[in-house]
Design a protein around this ligand. Sequence first.
Ligand code: SAH
Ligand code: SF4
Length: 342
Amino acid sequence: MTDLKSLNIEEIQDFVVKHNFPKYRAEQIFRWINTGVSSFDEMKNIPKDLRSKLSEYYYISVVNIEKKQVSSYDNTVKYLFKFGDGECVESVVMSYHHGYTICISTQVGCKMGCKFCATGMQGFTRDLTPGEMLCQIETAQKDLGIRISNIVLMGMGEPLDNFDNVVRFIHLVSLEKGLNIGKRHITLSTSGVVPKIYKLADLEMQITLSVSLHAPNDLMRSATMPINDAYDIESLMEAVRYYIDKTHRRVSFEYAMIDGVNDSDSCAKELGKLIKGMLAHVNLIPVNSVKGSDYRKSNKERLISFTNILNSYGISATVRRTLGSDIDASCGQLKGKYKEGG
Ligand code: SAH
Ligand code: SF4
């Protein structure tokens, strides 16, 4: 069985026509699934025989809110969503002056095993379907009574390790008749799956690519990110340059600032040399604490000095504000599980 939510209008049209129903029914069905219905019976204006035909071939993915936490610092909301098979992921809704941004998950767990990341420590369970990615947004919008304007694929999972489903999701979510969140409002973050960066570039979509770099050389990067052994920094940079050439989009580099590990002036200089002249921006993220790792945040002096050095290479860099830290909703803290005692 296929998730009906993962289909686009044309595919629903093919199904409807093939089963001798008028073509316009497809658009009605598509609208229903984008309002977050959880069963075929809720599709009031769809005839019963078409509803039952649909249910022979498809299911509608749903998520239930298993747990919801609201930060008392900044109103960031973290959801623990549970899918039909009992698997859970987390999503985070952040409120900015320009609107609401949701950080969604693309997999249950992750294979990449980055040493500083709670998701990485729990291993991989399964990919999410495009429909399950849409569900996270619809359910949060419904629950909060808001319209979400921006999406970041920075929750649990490595988006490029679930390439086809993620690309399909991006197309679906940006459809005018769907959730209508434009591609320019979508950011995809990757730990650096090089062949998939080329594949993504060739699609020439107007999304923002964010690359989790976190170290200025291979020795340091391999120590925290196992993926660096498969694709080293040089091959990653080449792929990123190709992406920029193809899409003309500014890329952002994520750099988690870890006290005494990768935050020295010489690291900043090495990083400066590495990305000098690229159409890129650097986001410095004071590393968030995660159970099972003893990395600590860099101090303010380090953050300022690092930023200044990057600026001296003509690179724009900003320190990312940490949101929702009291509810473990910050980068790398998502586990998709209840915390013991929490
Ligand atoms: N798998 C993708 C996207 C999800 S992780 C990726 O790695 O890019 C989202 C971002 O959070 C990445 O930049 C990741 O490196 C970062 N991150 C993970 N753990 C972190 C932590 N403990 N502190 C700060 N950032 C972290
Ligand atoms: Fe996976 Fe990203 Fe976490 Fe690395 S940082 S383990 S790629 S989710």
